[in-house]
Structure formats: structure tokens, C-alpha cells
Design a protein around this ligand. Structure first.
Ligand SMILES: [Cu+2]
Length: 253
């Protein structure tokens, strides 16, 4: 006798696909809900913020059907394309949509549908907080690793690590940057450097023998391309999760 316990379990996966072509940054956020068409997933509160900047002939109306399968949309399943949000009926639909998003968006809009605006999404987040133009990050060394890992900063910015060790003395050495700082348990100590102008991953190693796992004590510095940061900011996407307290609820430069 076989028993199949089917738990109504829903899993939402959010995948970011950032494609950067020549001068074209395309951000597609796909949210997949495994509760396919039988979807009992409660549709997110509909804040029908459909602006009416549409054409002349077609009276604008919000999206109600899936452009892929034609079913009733489930607002938990969507993809963002060029600032527009497209909803689907089934978990598999976003995959199909991704093959030619422009085609589906055009079709929807040709049908007089005003798509919801995609909310500003966030890409990879720089670590720590920005304070007086300096990125400040509490950075821990421990047997046998570093935290946060990766350490994420923007190209060319000034970085101040407030370092400490959770156990024994370590050393922080970052490839490509003339940094080799001793780190001891106790109060945090500031270690400053300017992030490389060249984006990419820079290995971080412990430079002080700290035990049997010393050789494997590695971390990485991830430098976000200035171009990427600019492109995100141009879209009104604020990359800092914890920016300086804004002067007045406005978005900065
Ligand atoms: Cu170490």
C-alpha cells in the first residue's frame, strides 16, 4: 500500500537574470510559484496602478489573462521586462515568456492592455552601509573563513572595514590591493582601502597561520561594475539596502 502525502506546499523562487548588452541593460525578474494552474496561491493584493499613457484607440485595461497559456493570471507568477510586469497562469509560463519577452509584451499592449509597472527591484547589494561616502562594513575573520562573504563593494569606492576576529589572530590579505592587515579578537579596528576600478572577484586570504584549516581560509571581494551600478541607478533602483539616512524621502542623485 502506497501513501502519498501531498502537502500543499508552495515554493517561490525568484531568479534574477541580468543581461547587459551593448548599452542595453535588461533586467528580468522571474517569480515562479510551484502551485501551477491549480494555484490556490492567494493573488497579491491588487494595487491596480495602471497608468493610462496608452494609445488613442484602445481603451486601456489591466492584464487578466496569461499571454502564454491564456488562463486566468495568478499574480504570484510574473516576470518583469523593461520596467513592465507581466503575470502568468502557470509556473512554466515565465520560461516560455523569457524566450521572447518583447513579442509577448507587444502582443499584450497591442490588445490594449496596460501592464503594471514593475517595482524597482534590487540587484546584488553592496555590503555594509555608506557613510560620508565611505562604505563601512563590519568584517569578521574566524576559523576558517570571513564574514560577510563575499564582501561586496562598488568599483572605485572608498571602503572601511571594521575588522575583528571571532577567535584567534588572523590576517586579511586581498589580492590586487595592498592590504595585509592583522586581525585580533577584541574591539573592531578600521582597515581602509579603495576598491579596484576593475569589477570582478578578488580572492581574500588569511595571511597568518591560524590552525589546521588556515590554508582553506578564503573569502572574496566582489567589485560591482560602475556601469552596472549606474544602469541600476538610472532606473531608479537604489542598490544600497541600508543607505545613509535620506535628508528627505527623496531619491538621491
Ligand atoms: Cu586565519
Amino acid at each position: 500500500m502506497r501513501t502519498t502525502a501531498s502537502i500543499g506546499r508552495r515554493l517561490v523562487t525568484t531568479a534574477f537574470v541580468v543581461v547587459t548588452g551593448a548599452g542595453l541593460a535588461l533586467l528580468v525578474e522571474i517569480a515562479l510559484a510551484q502551485s501551477c494552474c491549480s494555484g490556490t496561491a492567494p493573488a497579491a493584493a491588487t494595487s491596480g496602478a495602471s497608468a493610462t499613457t496608452g494609445g488613442d484607440a484602445n481603451p486601456a485595461h489591466p492584464q487578466t489573462t496569461c499571454p502564454i497559456e491564456g488562463g486566468k493570471i495568478n499574480k504570484a507568477i510574473f516576470a518583469d521586462y523593461q520596467g513592465k510586469r507581466v503575470y502568468f497562469c502557470c509556473a512554466g509560463c515565465p520560461e516560455e515568456f523569457k524566450k521572447d519577452p518583447a513579442k509577448y509584451v507587444k502582443k499584450l499592449e497591442d490588445d490594449g492592455i496596460t501592464l503594471d509597472k514593475a517595482p524597482a527591484t534590487q540587484g546584488p547589494q553592496p555590503s555594509g552601509v555608506l557613510k560620508d561616502g565611505v562604505r563601512q562594513v563590519d568584517y569578521d575573520a574566524f576559523r576558517f573563513g570571513f564574514s560577510p562573504d563575499p564582501l561586496i563593494v562598488r568599483a572605485g569606492e572608498r571602503v572601511r572595514l571594521q575588522v575583528t576576529s571571532r577567535d584567534v589572530p588572523h590576517g586579511i590579505m586581498i589580492a590586487g590591493i595592498s592590504i595585509n592587515a592583522a586581525v585580533s579578537p577584541g574591539p573592531r579596528k578600521a582597515v581602509e582601502f579603495t576598491a579596484p576600478a576593475k569589477p570582478g572577484k578578488y580572492p581574500i586570504e588569511c595571511s597568518l597561520f591560524c590552525g589546521i584549516g588556515h590554508g582553506g581560509m578564503k573569502g572574496s571581494l566582489e567589485v560591482l561594475p560602475a556601469k552596472y551600478v549606474k544602469a541600476m541607478e538610472a532606473k531608479g533602483i537604489v542598490l544600497d539596502r541600508t543607505p545613509e539616512p535620506p535628508p528627505s524621502g527623496s531619491q538621491s542623485k
